[in-house]
Design a binder for this molecule. Structure first.
Ligand code: ADP
Ligand code: MG
Ligand code: MG
Length: 880
């Protein structure tokens, strides 16, 4: 019968066998194959681990025999034998998953040392008794903890006692006799803990150690890590059994870690740490302070230079930055591990670009090396990495970057102080559209409530303002203007620092470092542009944001929301007049007041984007959003009544209250908004269309060119709505053009954000020049969940419990809502083959969603200005 091959000798493997041998095993084999010195070894496959997991933790048939045979071959190759008194073989048992899970599973060193062999181990190490007993006591400790599950403190306490008894601080101050006594003590403690069942046979220890590594695949910290990294539990871990080499044989021996480039900057320079007379994890464990690798040259020059040459060789071979472990035994270098190094975003960009110019990788490979989401970190201020403060609270990383400012508790106060040049942090329970003027000028926003797609988060991201949302347990007292965080009260004059990339909040002002949009960053963007098919636009509604978007590579504006223009403090009175108008005449007068202000906004955007297309969405939100909150207004009226305010004032506020009540809706998000509002008040789209045309013509006059004007009707569900609205818009535009005696390229399209619109897209397309999928609303209406409420409610649990893989507001629900997009595109194009389609909203900046939109065949995505570089890269990667 043909048995599964569970054991591979070192020289049987290579890098391509990673799924079977794990990353560590495959890379050890590959290093050996290309002539890098690696201690001899064999690897038990991931399949053996999986088969054991699926077999009630019993080893599958033949595994034990194969391990024994592998050991016999290793013994033959090394000329040493496990447990032999004359020439004992010592091995390490090392876990090695397919995807690197640093420190998540267990390793056992020095297996094979015993009462019988310890003397010979010393003799073979030039009579170094101390070394042999150091190995032995480490083995008892590691084996006891990892394989037998003895509490670590049992050994730690005994070690501390031994040092105290001798009056020394360091392990290295213990001599051979001390370590011998300590080893005996360790064994006694272990035997005691196991009720006399301490295993002493090395071969049995080996089998148990391999089994313990299998089991460590399922330990809780490994489970947590896998979950966070999306690594499947079904992969299992391989186990490497490797001959020991000793960095603890005295001052001509050492152990260390190094990188082929600096992983935090990407600079090609020496980067690493080492310790002489040390073993295994001493370097990372922090028991002794490791030394800078550069210092090794003076002490172990030959090994040092061989290490440098090996680093180059491994980087060249793997065509990526390497993260390596090495050990020097009596001046001879051995490599124990190599893998592609984890790196910061800045280092990822720099190494990718450098490696292309060094001819190591292609441009396409370079694009695949950089995680689009990581670019975020480069686009904003960041907290100086040298800062060591600990956070006072951690909320959601709602909008990246870092911000320092004094606290402000109302939007008005923030707006006033911000305009005066003060750096403020706006602290609110949650923000509403009413707060926009304060958010706009703040350095950062901190909220106690709301999720990643809460109002504050969306607005802040759009504007590139740092935001930490939903900070747990913080108490805001808006009246007293204080916030209590972790028992400490902070008031108006106090300063906080926000890290919107991690959600952390710090007391006081931390030092910040500016964004890194250097030439490497630009280079990556250019390479991405050369391969992507999907266009990338930005969502922006003023000159500054539009300019920023263009600077970051946007090819147009995919969404200019006109309501943001209505919210500005100087507009609100006129907007309210318009809403509260009692007749068409009053409304027309109010609209006439708003028109020039809208026109000025459009001129700003059109100037910034001249030569490129701009999609302007007509008014979308329900009118009540422009009015005072119903509760606040009721309270105000009550207060005025009680304080005996003048009849005039009282009458005015009562009238406002009546209007607020009249416009109040139970379900405003499904209420009178978007084109529904425009159907009731046609003078609003009429005014907006005129403002757009006037602005375009003015810019054309002034700049010699203008933008491609795209007027977009929101919230269409029924083809008739679009037909009517289109007529209103076209009539207004044509009248303005005729009056000015000018012509203008413009199109009229619609948002697809209601399932019915997607399903009847063939009918809707008859009246549309383009579609823009509003996937925020399409997600709300398609799944039937309220964005504003769900995140705080069940959605968080759903993600936590893996009912759904991801928050559908952050990354599009491809099977469900995605299907609506696909149907919309197909049906729309069945009517108009060349129909231009795009997406605006949060998903337009999400790499996974972008890949999906590429596949569905959209023409472009539109996202907030600061996500444009991410979208460009993600769109490029979608084609590779
Ligand atoms: P991890 O995956 O946690 O890094 P490793 O299997 O790499 O675990 O081992 C932990 C430490 O033990 C490393 O520092 C490594 O250098 C050391 N080590 C492992 N095997 C050997 C060996 N055969 N000889 C000497 N040191 C070893
Ligand atoms: Mg390691
Ligand atoms: Mg919408």
């Amino acid at each position: 019968m043909n048995q599964t091959k569970y054991v591979y000798d070192l020289n049987e493997g290579d890098a391509s066998l990673k799924p079977l041998l794990g990353g560590k095993g495959a890379n050890l084999a590959e290093m050996n194959r290309i002539g890098v010195p690696v201690p001899d070894a064999f690897t038990v496959t991931t399949q053996a681990c999986v088969d054991t997991m699926n077999n009630n933790s019993e080893w599958p048939e033949g595994l034990r025999e194969q391990v024994e045979a592998g050991l016999a071959r290793l013994e033959e190759r090394t000329g040493k034998t496990l447990g032999s008194v004359e020439n004992p073989l010592l091995v390490s048992i090392r876990s090695g998953a397919v995807f690197s899970m640093p420190g998540m599973m267990d390793t056992i060193l020095n297996l094979g040392i015993s009462d019988e062999t310890v003397g010979q181990v010393a003799k073979l190490a030039d009579g170094n008794e101390r070394f042999a007993w150091d190995c032995y006591r480490r083995f008892v400790q590691m084996y006891g903890e990892v394989v037998e599950g003895i509490e670590p403190h049992v050994f730690e306490d005994a070690l501390t006692e031994a040092k105290e008894a001798k009056g020394v601080d360091n392990d290295t101050d213990l001599d051979a006799e001390d370590l011998k006594a300590l080893t005996q003590k360790f064994k006694d403690l272990a035997n005691e803990a196991l009720g006399g069942h301490w295993t002493t046979d090395p071969k049995e220890q080996l089998m148990r150690a391999i089994n313990a590594v299998f089991k460590s695949w399922l330990n809780p910290r490994a489970e947590v890590y896998r979950k966070s990294q999306g690594i499947s539990r079904n992969l299992g871990t391989a186990v490497n059994v490797q001959q020991m080499v000793f960095g603890n044989r005295g001052e001509t021996s050492a152990t260390g870690v190094c990188f082929s480039r600096n992983p935090s900057t990407g600079e090609k320079e020496l980067y690493g740490e080492f310790l002489t007379n040390a073993q295994g994890e001493d370097v990372v464990a922090g028991i002794r302070t490791p030394r800078d690798l550069a210092e090794m040259e003076a002490e172990l020059p030959e090994a040092f230079h061989e290490l440098l040459a090996t680093m180059d060789k491994l980087e060249l071979h793997n065509k990526d930055m390497q993260d390596m472990e090495f050990t020097i035994e009596d001046r001879k270098l051995y490599m124990l591990q190599t893998r592609n190094g984890k790196r910061t975003a800045a280092a990822a960009v720099k190494t990718a670009v450098d490696m292309v110019s060094e001819g190591l990788i292609t441009k396409e490979e370079a694009l695949l090396r950089i995680n689009p989401s990581d670019l975020d970190a480069l686009l904003h201020d960041a907290i100086d990495p040298h800062e060591t403060a600990t956070a006072i609270v951690k909320g959601l990383p709602a909008s990246p970057g870092a911000a320092v400012g004094t606290l402000s508790f109302t939007a008005d106060d923030a707006a006033e102080r911000g305009k005066a040049g003060e750096k403020v942090i706006l602290v609110r329970y949650e923000t509403t559209p009413d707060d926009i003027h304060g958010v706009m000028v703040a350095q950062g926003v901190l909220t106690a409530h709301g999720g990643m797609t809460s109002h504050a988060a969306v607005v802040a991201r759009g504007m590139g303002i740092t935001c930490v949302a939903g900070a747990p347990g913080i108490k805001i007292d808006p009246k007293a203007e204080t916030v209590t965080i972790g028992g400490q009260e902070y008031g108006k004059g106090d300063t906080l620092t926000l890290n919107g990339s991690t959600g952390e909040v710090f007391s006081g002002a931390l030092a910040l470092v500016p964004p890194k949009l250097d030439e490497n960053f630009q280079q990556v963007g250019e390479w991405a542009d050369a391969v992507r098919r999907l266009g990338v636009r930005a969502n922006a509604e003023n000159f500054e944001d539009a300019s920023k978007a263009r600077e970051l590579g946007a090819e147009g504006i995919g969404l200019a929301r006109t309501e943001h223009m209505f919210m500005a403090a100087d507009r609100l009175p006129a907007v309210r007049k318009m809403i509260l108008a009692e007749n068409e005449e009053q409304r027309a007068a109010a609209l006439a007041e708003i028109l020039p202000m809208q026109q000025a906004d459009f001129e700003g955007i059109f100037t910034a984007m001249k030569g490129l297309p701009v999609t302007v969405r007509l008014l979308d939100p329900p009118l009540h959003e422009f009015l005072p909150n119903i509760v606040d207004q009721s309270v105000l009226v009550k207060e005025l009544e009680l304080t005996g305010a003048s009849e005039d004032v009282l009458a005015k506020e009562r009238e406002t209250l009546a209007q607020v009540k009249r416009l109040h809706e139970q379900n405003p998000m499904l209420g009178t908004r978007g084109c529904r509002l425009a159907m009731l008040y046609p003078s609003i789209p009429d005014m907006q269309a005129r403002a757009i045309v006037k602005a375009a013509l003015a810019v054309q006059e002034r700049e010699g060119e203008t933008v491609g004007v795209e007027i977009m009707i929101p919230l269409v569900a029924i083809a008739k709505e679009l037909e009517v609205q289109r007529d209103i818009v076209v009539k207004a535009v044509e009248e303005e053009l005729a009056a000015a005696g000018k012509s203008l390229d413009y199109t009229v399209g619609t948002m697809i954000e209601i399932p019915r619109a997607a399903l009847t897209a063939n009918e809707i397309a008859e009246h549309a020049d383009f579609f823009s999928f509003g996937t925020n609303d399409l997600t709300q209406t398609g799944i039937g969940i309220s964005r504003d409420d769900a995140e705080a409610g069940f959605l968080g649990h759903y993600v936590e419990d893996e009912v759904i893989a991801k928050n559908p507001f952050e990354s599009i629900d491809q099977e469900g809502v995605g299907q609506l997009v696909q149907i919309g595109v197909e049906k729309g194009r069945s009517t108009k083959a060349e129909l231009k389609t795009g997406v605006c909203g949060e998903h337009g900046g999400d790499p996974d969603s972008i890949e999906f939109f590429h596949k569905v065949g959209l023409n472009y995505v539109s996202c907030s200005p600061f996500r444009v570089p991410i979208a460009r890269l993600a769109a490029a990667r979608a084609t590779l």
